[in-house]
Ligand binder design. Structure first.
Ligand SMILES: [Zn+2]
Length: 226
């Protein structure tokens, strides 16, 4: 069963002026924070064909959309790490919607990480040796491979992949599947206390100046949907 909650639009959400049809199309899924009944954490974009169960709420994207921010080429960014061992819902199903939504913020649908570059926390530039370190967002001719681009959940201007902090925004940027969450043994071996294979241990740099979408990281529960 999916729990749809109709929250009012944010200030930035209002500015989008979405038709009611688009409003129904763009929804976000928030998951109840463990051991905390009154707070929900952003998880993914909603796909109608998925059953998200009792622990999640589905809200209009316009209610949690906080606009976009422009960052310069070379800005550091990292993947947001999942907060539990739950298997995250497959975002591939929602990819088309993220692509449509990115257009609203004038963001091109391509991998925005420097090609083939994964930086580690010691600021060593890891060269692209072997398949693991190859960006898979473009083909050999430089054409974007649409199927490999996802809306990555990231934190901007930091080099440490971590969980989302309370009261902060999640940033969404198109990146390739490999930059999004590739299991890279090179990095994970250095980070034994954290979940392997979800973008942990490395950071990336923007390949060009770009806008990045901002989404409220958390939604407090109210009496309507506790
Ligand atoms: Zn990439």
């Amino acid at each position: 069963m999916n729990r749809h909650v109709n929250l009012p639009p944010s200030e930035e959400g209002k500015k989008l002026n979405l038709s009611s049809q688009k409003n129904d199309q763009f929804k976000a899924v928030y998951k109840r924070v463990e051991n905390c009944d009154d707070l929900y954490e952003f998880e993914c974009l909603y796909s109608p064909e998925i059953d998200y169960g009792e622990k999640r709420i589905i809200v209009p994207l316009t209610s949690v959309y906080n606009g976009y921010e422009r960052f310069s080429k070379g800005t550091n960014f990292v993947n947001i790490l999942g907060s539990s061992n739950d298997k995250p819902y497959d975002e591939q199903k929602a990819k088309k919607r993220w692509k449509d939504f990115a257009q609203l913020a004038n963001i091109t649908w391509e991998c925005h990480a420097e090609k083939d570059k994964f930086y580690d926390r010691q600021k060593i530039d890891i060269p692209a040796t072997g398949k693991d370190f190859e960006c898979n967002g473009v083909d050999d001719n430089g054409n974007v491979i649409d199927a490999n681009i996802v809306g990555g959940h990231v934190l901007m201007e930091t080099t440490v992949a971590r969980e989302l902090k309370k009261d902060s925004n999640a940033y969404i940027i198109p990146i390739c599947k490999r930059h999004n969450s590739k299991n890279l043994p090179h990095f994970n071996s250095n980070n034994k206390n954290t979940t392997p294979g979800n973008g942990n241990g490395f950071y990336m740099k923007l390949s060009s100046d770009t806008n990045v979408i901002k989404i409220s990281g958390y939604v407090p529960a109210n009496k309507d949907f506790q």
